[in-house]
Design a protein around this ligand. Sequence first.
Ligand SMILES: C[S@@+](CC[C@H](N)C(=O)[O-])C[C@H]1O[C@@H](n2cnc3c(N)ncnc32)[C@H](O)[C@@H]1O
Length: 96
Amino acid sequence: MAGGGTTLVECKLMGRNAIGVDINRDAVMLAMDRLNFSSTVLEPLPETDVRLYQCDARNLDLVPDKSVDLIATHPPYANIIKYTTRDNGSANGDLS
Ligand SMILES: C[S@@+](CC[C@H](N)C(=O)[O-])C[C@H]1O[C@@H](n2cnc3c(N)ncnc32)[C@H](O)[C@@H]1O
């Protein structure tokens, strides 16, 4: 539920390793673009391993057991915003 990647960007700035997942392909592409930055203010940026996957957050088999310290999630706002549309090619499983 990484969405546009806000949490991952903050992880990159703060030197924290992170794994983000989102089921929506467009969100993943947007977040990847936002993560592709360097900073002139914080140069050099801390070394981090920030990963992003398009997958269903209800199945995190790709994350090895006992490999994370904290899970931060930002689920859809009930049914107020529909993230998946007929046009954006997302897989079934979008909880919005
Ligand atoms: C409230 S938004 C997250 C916003 C994010 N914090 C940001 O900075 O943009 C909820 C996200 O959950 C994603 N989502 C919905 N169902 C999901 C599922 N089953 N697995 C993974 N992501 C899902 C949506 O695609 C959407 O990007």
